[in-house]
Design a protein around this ligand. Structure first.
Ligand code: 3HC
Length: 346
């Protein structure tokens, strides 16, 4: 339902086209022209739009990445949603509600962008709910203190911005355009997190300790959030060639570390890494080893909150069935009324 898919090649035809485009035989002169148009757009760093021909591997990669991104946004509502009823003031509650709502909105833009590639929202949600689809590792950690909410804004949204700004220039038009608005909102999210932490750091020693505790717990999962090292990232080479990924996982991680160190100083917290230091010859910070075993355990469903996050999501979807039914009944009524009016007028 709610599909925004435009005309796409029929399923039976595309199901047979399994190998990547460069290995596929050129079936016809028309297909050769389509491929060379696509290649020219890639070479010129232009935009591919939903109605344009594209290799199946490009389409599949985009559906994978955009749907994972959408899933991350909607699952990402849970760790902070957990604090809406316990926010320490009306102002903080209003900000948090707006932020969590924004994340839901980001999920909707992204599902819509992915639907233009011919995969329905139902299919994407089914993949999420059955555990076949990934979502960001970072949302499988608990939010045990109010300070965690500020740290999510500062570090998680900060990392998301670092990763997502380059996606505004991605070659797939609907994804690039969705990311422009998302990044503006993420920027507000990051600032509200930093500002909330600033206020807590000016409070009591107990409040400062809670902020430091939250920073200690979130720092390493945030660094891992950028994805595996470039040497272990199977998708980077191809997505970079297609202008989807503009900056590699390791380069983004490095930029994030370099941007965050001075912010931590302003805030008055320490980052929990004894190896973190400025390297004057490289003109960037060295940092310690990330625990990739822990990262993969979380990605594979065995993090501290994976099961809870997924079951909450499935329950929310099941409990929301009546809303979808009502929306469909209303749309059917509107269609019937419009048809009736048309016949009356004729
Ligand atoms: N969590 C879970 N899985 C991850 C991951 C993470 N942090 N990082 C990488 N992976 C997965 C990849 O999805 C891939 O699995 P797949 O091939 O089965 O899909 C595998 O690990 C290998 O990684 P690669 O580096 O080769 O994969 P990608 O090239 O796709 O890079 C990515 C991973 C950087 C996350 C990229 O997909 C991307 O930029 N995605 C768009 C942004 C996004 O999804 N961000 C998620 C956070 S959203 C968010 O933070 C919301 C905000 O409100 C806070």
């Amino acid at each position: 339902m709610y599909t925004q898919a435009l005309d796409i090649p029929d399923q039976a035809a595309t199901a047979l086209v399994a190998p990547p485009s460069h290995l596929q035989p050129v079936a016809s002169a028309a297909q050769a022209r389509s491929q060379s148009h696509f290649d020219a757009v890639m070479d010129a760093d232009g935009k591919i739009e939903p109605q344009d021909w594209m290799p199946e591997a490009y389409r599949k990669t985009l559906v994978r990445q955009i749907s994972q991104h959408a899933h991350s946004e909607i699952v990402g509502m849970q760790p902070e949603g957990n604090w809406i009823s316990r926010a320490p003031s009306l102002k903080r509650k209003a900000i948090l509600i707006a932020k969590v709502q924004d994340e839901g909105g980001h999920g909707l833009y992204l599902y819509s962008a992915a639907e233009t590639l011919g995969t329905s929202r139902d299919q994407m949600l089914e993949a999420l709910h059955t555990g076949r689809a990934k979502y960001s590792s970072i949302f499988n950690y608990p939010t045990v203190l109010w300070a965690d909410v500020g740290v999510i804004g500062w570090l998680v949204d900060g990392a998301a911005i670092m990763n997502q700004i380059p996606l505004c220039r991605c070659t797939y038009g609907p994804y690039a355009r969705a990311m422009i608005r998302i990044c503006k909102e993420e920027s507000f999210h990051q600032r509200q997190g930093f500002e909330s932490l600033m206020v807590q750091m000016q409070g009591t020693q107990a409040q400062r300790d809670m902020v430091q505790d939250a920073v200690n717990r979130w720092w390493w999962p945030v660094l891992a959030m950028f994805g595996p090292p470039d040497t272990d990232s199977p998708n980077t080479a191809q997505t970079s060639r297609w202008g989807i990924k503009r900056i590699s996982n390791d380069d983004l991680r490095q930029r994030f570390v370099d941007a965050t160190v001075p912010q931590a100083k302003v805030l008055g917290v320490t980052l929990p890494d004894a190896d973190l230091k400025w390297n004057d010859s490289k003109k960037c910070h060295d940092y310690g080893a990330i625990d990739w075993d822990d990262f993969w355990a979380v990605v594979n469903g065995n993090g501290p909150c994976n099961k809870e996050r997924l079951s909450n999501r499935v329950n929310a979807h099941t409990n929301g069935q009546w809303v979808r039914d009502a929306a469909q009944a209303y749309a059917a009524k509107q269609r019937a009324r419009a048809q009736h009016d048309l016949m009356e007028a004729a």
